[in-house]
Design a protein around this ligand. Structure first.
Ligand code: 5GP
Ligand code: ZN
Length: 114
């Protein structure tokens, strides 16, 4: 989508600090990190949210999870662990309407919502 900030990052129209990229997914550092390591795993196809997944595009979830595994190894947080968060819609606190998974690492998260 032309006015989507993550589509602009994917197209290179807005700079980002990329840590991993393949044909289907890009991973870059969050501009406002909530942890020592905070990156966003973003499919290159514009999908608004988890709720916009369907039979035709659900394969991207496999691509995202494979990219998470590549990324946690690249960042060296695979052994100590990390947290993955997906915000969905208004009540989920989603602010950018392009599906993305947050990876948070480099610290121990003692506060638990669940
Ligand atoms: P959400 O709140 O939708 O789950 O997450 C959106 C995330 O995108 C936020 O953590 C925010 O800091 C990040 N973000 C928003 N705009 C930009 C940007 O232009 N560049 C980068 N690297 N991150 C962004
Ligand atoms: Zn987009």
């Amino acid at each position: 989508m032309s006015d989507c900030v993550f589509c602009k990052i994917i197209k290179g129209e807005i700079p980002s600090s990329k840590v991993y990229e393949n044909e289907k997914v890009v991973v870059f550092r969050d501009i406002n990190p909530a942890a020592p390591i905070h990156v966003l795993v973003v499919p290159k196809v514009h999908i608004e949210s988890l709720e916009a997944l369907n039979q035709d595009n659900i394969g991207v979830v496999t691509d995202i999870h494979a990219a998470i595994l590549e990324t946690t190894r690249i960042l060296g947080i695979n052994e100590e662990g990390y947290r993955v968060i997906v915000n969905c819609g208004k009540n989920g606190g989603q602010t950018v309407p392009h599906l993305h998974y947050h990876i948070l690492g480099g610290a121990r998260f003692d506060e638990k919502i669940i």
